[in-house]
Design a protein around this ligand. Sequence first.
Ligand SMILES: CC(C)(COP(=O)(O)OP(=O)(O)OC[C@H]1O[C@@H](n2cnc3c(N)ncnc32)[C@H](O)[C@@H]1O)[C@@H](O)C(=O)NCCC(=O)NCCS
Ligand SMILES: Nc1ncnc2c1ncn2[C@@H]1O[C@H](COP(=O)(O)OP(=O)(O)OP(=O)(O)O)[C@@H](O)[C@H]1O
Length: 197
Amino acid sequence: MIVIGLTGGIGSGKTTVGAMLKELGAAFIDADKVGHRLLREDHDLKWAIVAAFGEGILDADDAIDRRKLARIVFCDTAALETLNAITHPAISQAVSEEVAEFRSQGYKVAVVEAALLIEAGWMRQTDVIWLTAAPPEVVLDRLVNKMGYTEAEARARIACQTSNEVRRRYASAVIDTDLPMADLRHRVEELWRALKS
Ligand SMILES: CC(C)(COP(=O)(O)OP(=O)(O)OC[C@H]1O[C@@H](n2cnc3c(N)ncnc32)[C@H](O)[C@@H]1O)[C@@H](O)C(=O)NCCC(=O)NCCS
Ligand SMILES: Nc1ncnc2c1ncn2[C@@H]1O[C@H](COP(=O)(O)OP(=O)(O)OP(=O)(O)O)[C@@H](O)[C@H]1O
């Protein structure tokens, strides 16, 4: 099985490209969703985060309120490093278990979508890295007008991530997502065919 690491900055189009790859037959793992599941289901992890950031991050049902936690960590470097140190080993382990499960199910291709694939070192679990990219003003417009972030929240998250200059050093393909959907699909299909040949 080939494992594609699909990375790119926040709002760069990873999920959109990932959905196209899924339609083409790839198994798909979204590291953000893995993280969300662990916050809900891994009680040791949850209480380690509460111990680090206080009970103020809990909602009325004692679950982690991601928006409250986001306000603390984006972009306080020390706080974000603390959160990453608690969550990343667990996410890495869960992703690797999902990859193994898909392998045992006989999938030929699996996609691991993660904005932090490079920063967190998860690229070591992948065979090729594809990078999604769009101009900064397009990304900001998507984050504010389609994804519900305030401009300040959007800028804070962008500032916490590595640059495309660094990401490009690891990527074997760059996918410009600032394209009409039909053209984007065409580009993804082209890469898919090249991968399988
Ligand atoms: C801080 C949390 C609770 C905010 O949750 P929220 O639902 O608002 O965001 P979500 O998890 O959907 O992430 C959305 C995007 O934010 C960016 N982002 C998330 N975590 C980080 C981080 N640690 N560093 C930089 N950017 C990040 C990514 O581009 C991601 O795609 C959550 O992101 C979290 O637990 N982050 C730590 C785990 C992690 O690194 N997850 C990202 C794996 S790629
Ligand atoms: N080619 C495109 N044309 C129009 N809208 C697009 C295009 N590509 C992506 N979008 C839109 O931009 C937004 C961000 O895209 P997407 O969710 O795929 O990015 P992402 O990199 O997965 O974001 P995140 O970092 O939050 O996981 C979405 O609302 C998506 O529908």
